[in-house]
Design a protein around this ligand. Structure first.
Ligand SMILES: *Cc1c(COP(=O)(O)O)cnc(C)c1O
Length: 403
């Protein structure tokens, strides 16, 4: 195989990567794992911490752990660990429930803050299905009309009728990154609230929620934040809106005095107002331990490596994959690229299965889109090259000579 030239380049890039030491903090093997945008790899510190939580906090302390092990306040504490990763000052992030549930809280909460005559909700037309379903339900519940538009259309679409918009920071299919500050500013200029879905940006690139004036945001923790399967999502409630946030799911955990067992509801102050019921302690504390890998990590370095990885992968695709057989759909422009590269090809499901059997794990989305997620904390340039090479071999088995 004629792999020597770019392979030398991969080795050089890996050797000079300032984040290379972080890979050792994850449990990995010799498969090329490019699906951290769906389920992040396991950080090494998690199993031991989780075993301790089970044996000591649950097994021995039992009910006492709600206070003595800090279980009760864990949703806020873990929120504070996530806050700096999304550009949020303390006191605005809480963790609990799924992304879907938090999207519901955030969008209905936003619409309830808007004036009555604002009768329309905008939603990113290409959004992840759950976001679209929830936006439709939120519209019905609040008596508004849902209007799907593309993200670039939002500035023109937002107007005096717009209550709020639910927008994805990165498109989960194409990997396109949208201009969060500009779209937020356009929504505010129209008097509307901006609700952002950060599922594919939190932990992948710098997000500046406070600086951009974002109103509410929701993000997933089991993708680039490596919290583990089903780890609870986070909710950002901008400080200035907290007193007006009227949760559509007021539970006893968001009550000002939960243990008073008061039959009437009085919301707590602060991000606690975004809680609902008993937190999912085991997955929440797994996430807490997983977040340890971010200590001292500069998100600008993460972004720089992410772009270097995706640039290199795109170059390797050009080298190894005949252009007629596969076409990247992720924008070339850095300002419009998230941390994945999506490739359009025929029979993507079969190609994906073949790649997995050869040790390259990405994923695919209908129709005919292969997704390769680059998680800068543990993906190597050698991974990027091997994935492109195997894709070339899968699509064009006869072209071995050329490679
Ligand atoms: C991953 C993802 C979700 C997942 O929602 P869950 O409630 O955790 O299943 C939702 N929205 C987007 C945009 C996602 O990428």
């Amino acid at each position: 195989m004629a792999r020597s030239e770019p392979r030398g380049r991969a080795a050089q890039l890996d050797a000079t990567d300032p984040l290379r030491a972080l890979r050792a903090r994850f449990v990995l093997d010799d498969t090329v794992y490019l699906d951290g945008n769906s389920l992040g790899a396991l950080p090494r510190d998690v199993p031991e911490r989780l075993a301790e939580v089970v044996a000591r906090e649950w097994g021995a302390l039992r009910i006492r752990s709600w206070t003595e092990a800090g279980w009760w306040t864990a949703p806020e504490r873990v929120g504070e660990a996530i806050a700096p990763l999304v550009g949020a000052a303390p006191g605005q992030v809480v963790v609990g429930d799924s992304t879907s549930v938090n999207l519901f809280k955030a969008l209905v909460g936003a619409v309830r803050m808007a004036d009555e005559e604002r009768d329309e909700i905008l939603v990113d037309a290409a959004t992840f299905p759950t976001d679209g379903y929830i936006a439709a339900s939120a519209a019905r519940l609040t008596g508004r009309t849902l209007r799907p538009v593309t993200v670039p259309e939002i500035p023109a679409a937002a107007g005096p009728r717009t209550a709020a918009a639910l927008v994805n920071h990165v498109d989960y299919r194409t990997g396109e990154l949208f201009d969060l500050p500009a779209v937020t500013e356009a929504l505010h200029a129209a008097g509307a609230l901006a609700v952002w879905d950060l599922c594919h940006s939190a932990g992948a690139l710098p997000v500046e929620l406070d600086a951009a004036g974002v109103d509410l945001a929701v993000g997933c923790t089991y993708k680039y934040l490596n919290g583990g399967p089903g780890s609870p999502a986070f909710l950002y409630l901008r400080a200035e809106h907290q007193a007006r946030f009227d949760s559509p799911l007021p539970g006893w955990n968001s009550h000002a005095d939960p243990f008073a067992m008061d039959p009437s509801y009085a919301p707590a102050d602060g991000p606690v107002r975004g809680r609902v019921g008993t937190p999912e302690i085991l997955s929440l504390l797994a996430l807490d331990a997983a977040l340890g890998v971010w200590e001292g990590v500069d998100l600008r370095a993460v972004r720089a490596k992410s772009l270097a990885l995706t640039d290199f992968f795109l170059a390797c695709l050009e080298r190894y994959v005949p252009g007629a057989l596969a076409r990247p759909v992720t924008p070339e422009e850095h300002a419009r690229r998230g941390s994945q590269v999506s490739v359009h090809c025929e029979n993507a499901a079969e190609v994906h299965a073949l790649l997995v059997s050869r040790g390259v794990v990405g994923d695919f989305r209908p129709r005919n889109l292969l997704r390769f997620g680059f998680t800068p904390l543990y993906t190597t340039f050698a991974d990027a090259e091997r994935a492109a090479w195997e894709l070339g071999r899968a699509l064009d088995p006869a072209g071995e000579e050329a490679r």
